[in-house]
Design a protein around this ligand. Structure first.
Ligand SMILES: NC(=O)c1ccc[n+]([C@@H]2O[C@H](COP(=O)([O-])OP(=O)(O)OC[C@H]3O[C@@H](n4cnc5c(N)ncnc54)[C@H](OP(=O)(O)O)[C@@H]3O)[C@@H](O)[C@H]2O)c1
Length: 246
């Protein structure tokens, strides 16, 4: 039996890309899923697909930038399934731009979703995991959490922060038997680039991302981290396309 069978897993950003692919992979391996994002039509469609394939999934429309909504999401999972084994803080946005353009709204959105969303996700599941002395928190950073590129200053800042927060969490919570994993994808073919508002920059990034690999590859890495024996923690992974330089 898979070590993923019957684990209760919350996935944020499950309505597309890496989150959606992770939901399908984990459902196939027997997890009980709680899908979260803002677009209900996408969540509903994914839930139906998983259920039609014999998997288990429920969903809750959630904005990760709301502390209250993230607490409600964790409560919903606990009421439905009685425990939370894994939290995948995957939701993220990447409206790249150079700092001098002062796109304050886009900076705020990245900080709210990519940093605060992850923190709220951790905060929402930590009490029940600490009580059970068991749990696994997986935070999606990026290769941009290891390197900085022109126009990635703010995005990279948020993804460096995700790695710092996750390592801090590991040091604070290992003695409560809580595992942490940082996932840092390279170029992955998803909808992420659509939020870049500068047309010229977007075209250049789209060109660079021609090497992108499918989100299912990240889903398998997340499944690998979850399916380890409970005394083994995969703390950090970088997964790039083989032919990506940076
Ligand atoms: N694609 C890449 O090349 C790449 C590389 C490195 C890291 N990443 C990271 O991977 C993660 C997933 O991104 P992706 O590539 O799969 O992109 P994507 O297809 O655009 O998916 C992003 C997901 O985040 C959700 N989301 C955005 N804002 C949200 C909010 N306020 N509340 C709840 N959910 C929100 C979106 O759902 P709704 O819009 O329905 O809310 C969507 O499901 C992100 O953290 C991203 O930074 C991606």
């Amino acid at each position: 039996m898979s070590n993923i069978q019957d684990k209760v897993v919350i996935i944020t950003g499950a309505s597309s890309g890496i989150g959606e692919a992770t939901a399908k992979e984990l459902a196939y391996k027997g997890a009980k899923l709680v899908l979260a994002a803002r677009r209900e039509d996408r969540l509903q469609k994914l839930q139906e697909e998983i259920q039609n394939n014999g998997g288990q999934a429920i969903y809750k429309v959630t904005d990760v930038a709301s502390n209250e909504q993230m607490e409600e999401l964790a409560d919903y999972a606990l009421k439905a399934f009685g425990k939370i084994d894994v939290m995948v803080n995957n939701a993220g946005v990447m409206p790249l731009s150079p700092v001098h353009e002062k796109k304050f709204n886009e900076w705020n959105m990245m900080i709210d979703v990519n940093i605060k969303g992850v923190l709220y996700g951790i905060a929402a599941v930590l009490p029940s995991m600490r009580e059970r002395k068991e749990g696994h928190i997986i935070n999606v950073s990026s290769i941009a959490g290891h390197l900085v590129f022109p126009a990635s200053s703010v995005y990279s800042g948020t993804k460096f922060a995700v790695r710092a927060i996750t390592e801090g969490l590991r040091i604070e919570e290992f003695s409560n038997n809580i595992r942490t994993t940082i996932i840092s994808p390279g170029a992955i073919a998803t909808e992420l680039l659509e939020a870049i508002s500068d047309a010229e920059l977007k075209a250049a990034v789209v060109e660079d991302s021609k090497v992108a690999i499918k989100p299912a590859n990240i889903a398998r890495a997340i499944a690998f981290a979850i399916e380890q024996p409970s005394d083994v923690a995969i703390n950090e992974m970088i997964i790039r396309p083989t032919i990506q330089q940076l």
